[in-house]
Ligand binder design. Structure first.
Ligand code: ZN
Length: 434
């Protein structure tokens, strides 16, 4: 086995390599790098955590699409299959119905056969007979890279085994014969390499004769975000995205907001008071996993507008508390009372957090009635809005009751919901874990 290659963590090592990627609203955020799955989301800003992927080198077998090495790794939430041939991979050799490249992947909970073909001038990925959302590229003439979400293949985090077959069109009829043996929708078995006339190998397999390689689907864990820009901000520039924000939690109301947001399929950003975080780890981690963003709202809701070292301490303590119970490091800070001067902006940014205010405020904390809260938000919100609300600091029944109508009203105008980092173009930090 040859070590190294583009994906830099060797199999069997814990990667925990972290970097920034785009921060789409993540209730619908699975499959970060998949262009097809991401058609309705902001594009990733950068490549993130990677794991596995050391190439397995193969001896020449002399077949028409002679595999030189294969590798399977993971980047963000996408499995990355890299196949290198000894000579150019001609698209015509993988023309649909005539030739194809297939990977068989078997995990603990499921298995799949993923096949790549060329159809109407484009690379197409199929799982059995069904098209699957994947990104297929040919970064150089002799190499194909396939990125696909494990979930699209029915694969859960955990160990898997895999193998690859390449059957070029020049084998003549081999694929048609194989297709007949594959059950629609799946087909996890690995057909043997086809043979041409006289028993000469007419397809390439990795491993060469039989068997599989060990691999793993890693769990992509959100560990934080990167501050989206600098300076205090009240809204974004998007025409179609808005962000719901809730301050002063966690409180006994917070779980009800999380349930309602899940029912509505909407992510939100929660600005947390540090001294209330202790003991709420399970709830807050569930919020991160559901695609909500956690952010800093000071330790005890003091007015920090004047800045000073006490403000730094308030911000540090709160981020540390959030990190301790969730593993998530915030990149946004909302000053209590909206009170923020230049020194506080600088101190917040020195800690990696951008100060975030709002541009829609229905004054829900005054309890004006759910109808008044809805009317205010629908009157004032537009693309780029950061909408203020509260999930702590007293009864939040009206704020909660207003939520479904706010979501329905803004969706009716074509607006979509995201986190504040998503709205402002910030990055998400991921780590890959076993
Ligand atoms: Zn507050």
């Amino acid at each position: 086995m040859v070590r190294g290659g583009r994906l830099s963590v060797r199999p069997g090592t814990d990667p925990d390599r972290v970097n920034a990627v785009g921060h789409p609203g993540r209730v619908a955020r699975l499959g970060t790098l998949l262009a097809l799955a991401l058609a309705c989301m902001p594009a990733p800003a950068a490549i993130a955590a990677t794991a596995g992927g050391a190439p397995h080198a193969l001896a020449a077998d002399g077949s028409p699409l002679d595999l030189a090495s294969v590798a399977l790794g993971q980047t963000d939430r996408a499995l990355v299959l890299t196949v290198t041939a000894r000579s150019a991979i001609e698209p015509a050799q993988l023309a649909a119905g005539r030739g194809r490249l297939c990977a068989t992947l078997a995990g603990t909970a499921g298995s799949a056969r993923l096949c790549i073909e060329r159809r109407a001038g484009a690379w197409v990925a199929r799982r059995g007979a069904r098209p699957v959302a994947a990104t297929v590229t040919r970064p150089r003439a002799g190499r194909l890279e396939v990125r696909v979400a494990p979930a699209a293949l029915g694969l859960a985090p955990g160990p898997l085994t895999w193998s690859v077959t390449a059957t070029p069109a020049s084998c003549g009829g081999a694929v048609a014969a194989q297709t007949g043996g594959v059950a629609p929708g799946d087909g996890a078995g690995t057909p043997p390499p086809a043979t041409g006339g006289g028993g000469v190998p007419c397809g390439s397999r990795a491993p060469r004769q039989r068997g599989t390689y060990p691999g793993r689907v890693w769990r992509a864990v959100v560990t934080g975000c990167t501050a989206p820009g600098t300076g205090r901000v009240t809204g974004g520039r998007s025409r179609r995205l808005v962000a719901l924000t809730y301050d002063d939690g966690p409180s006994r109301w917070t779980a009800r907001f999380v349930d309602e947001l899940a029912r509505l399929g909407v992510p939100a950003t929660f600005f947390l008071i540090g001294r209330q975080v202790s003991g709420e780890g399970a709830l807050l981690r569930r919020m991160v996993d559901a695609g909500h963003e956690l952010a800093n709202h000071s330790w005890d809701h003091a007015n920090l507008g004047g800045g000073g070292s006490a403000a730094t301490s308030q911000l540090q303590r709160t981020s540390a508390a959030i990190r301790r119970v969730t593993g998530f490091s915030p990149c946004l800070f909302r000053p209590p009372y909206g009170s923020v001067g230049a020194d506080l902006v600088a101190r917040s940014q020195a800690l990696g957090m951008r100060p975030v205010l709002w541009n829609v405020d229905p004054a829900d904390w005054r309890a004006p009635g759910a109808g008044a809260i809805v009317a205010n938000v629908l009157r004032n919100a537009r693309g780029g809005s950061i909408i203020l609300g509260h999930d702590g600091g007293g009864s939040r029944a009206q704020t909660l009751a207003a939520l479904p109508q706010i979501v329905a009203g803004l969706r009716a105008r074509g607006l979509e919901f995201t986190t504040v980092s998503g709205l402002l173009g910030g990055g998400e930090r991921l780590a890959l874990r076993r």
